[in-house]
Write a protein that binds this ligand. Structure first.
Ligand code: NAP
Length: 239
């Protein structure tokens, strides 16, 4: 039976690459996005996937999205909680509004999707949840304190939920990307990227496809005995 994957934030970057890899491997791919309809449409036509707009930080919109997927496909085998935003600046320069928005998307977006998908997985005693954290959630980044805290929370969430739902046939893991070339990192100048590459043992930035391959692996049966883990995809930048 064809498996179904929901990837949040799949209109661009890591989410879009993940959609392509699951589609290449025969999955029904559901492409969630928030604002960028044109980019999402391009990925949908490339992957044959279905588009669903929803701001994952909004529980009502998320509920509508999950209900419509369940009524069309009957199940969600794999949930990839990828949607995320970043805010940069010194800790005291970030407004409360920006901080709340960051946590709403990066943490509550993950909670909302998981909360609504989990009952369907529990009923079938099958499911794979893959969360997208960041190496900054592991080691912290100066001028990205809020972002680092939100991504550390994703790691805590992954480990705790893995323990809770392991007995029900569901695995929960997270990938922890390093510096990946996407819109999120497009703000860095060439000089800054070169300086960062000097800190990366493999000497280059990562591609969204390299993260997507790791996500796909964690969703595969080859990874059936892996749960509660944090898989770094960072070229050795943190070890
Ligand atoms: P990106 O290119 O900026 O794409 C972000 C994606 O998230 C877009 O598809 C965007 O949709 C979606 N999104 C944002 N807010 C959303 C919301 N409220 N509801 C639904 N979708 C939403 O980012 P990326 O670099 O691919 O990052 C993907 C994930 O990897 C994020 O969680 C990020 O924190 C994490 N990460 C990235 C890096 C890196 O170096 N790039 C490193 C570590 C971790 P729209 O197009 O509709 O706005």
């Amino acid at each position: 039976m064809v498996k179904t994957v929901l990837i949040t934030g799949a209109s661009r970057g890591i989410g879009a690459a993940t959609a392509e890899i699951f589609a290449d491997n025969g999955y029904n791919v559901i492409i969630n996005y928030n604002k960028n309809h044109e980019r999402a449409k391009q990925i949908a036509s490339k992957t044959g996937g279905n588009l669903i707009q929803a701001d994952v930080s909004d529980i009502a919109q998320t509920e509508k999205m999950i209900d419509s997927i369940i009524s069309e496909y009957g199940k969600i085998d794999v949930l990839v909680n990828n949607a995320g935003i970043s805010v940069t600046g010194t800790f005291d320069s970030i407004s409360d509004e920006d901080a709340r928005r960051l946590f709403d998307v990066n943490i509550f977006g993950t909670f909302n999707c998981t909360k609504l998908v989990l009952p369907h997985m529990l009923r079938r005693k099958y499911g794979k949840i893959i969360n997208v954290s960041s190496m900054w959630g592991q080691v912290g980044a100066s001028c990205e304190v809020h972002y680092s805290a939100s991504k550390a929370a994703v790691i805590g969430f992954t480990k705790a939920l893995a323990k809770e739902v392991g007995p029900s046939g569901i695995t929960v893991n997270c990938v922890s990307p390093g510096f990946i070339s996407t819109d999120m990192t497009a703000c860095y100048t060439k000089e800054e990227v070169n300086a960062i590459c000097e800190e990366i043992p493999v000497g280059r930035t990562g591609s969204p496809y390299e993260v997507a391959q790791a996500v796909f692996y964690l969703a595969s049966e080859q990874a059936a005995y892996i749960t509660g883990q944090v898989l770094g995809i960072n070229g050795g930048m943190i070890v």
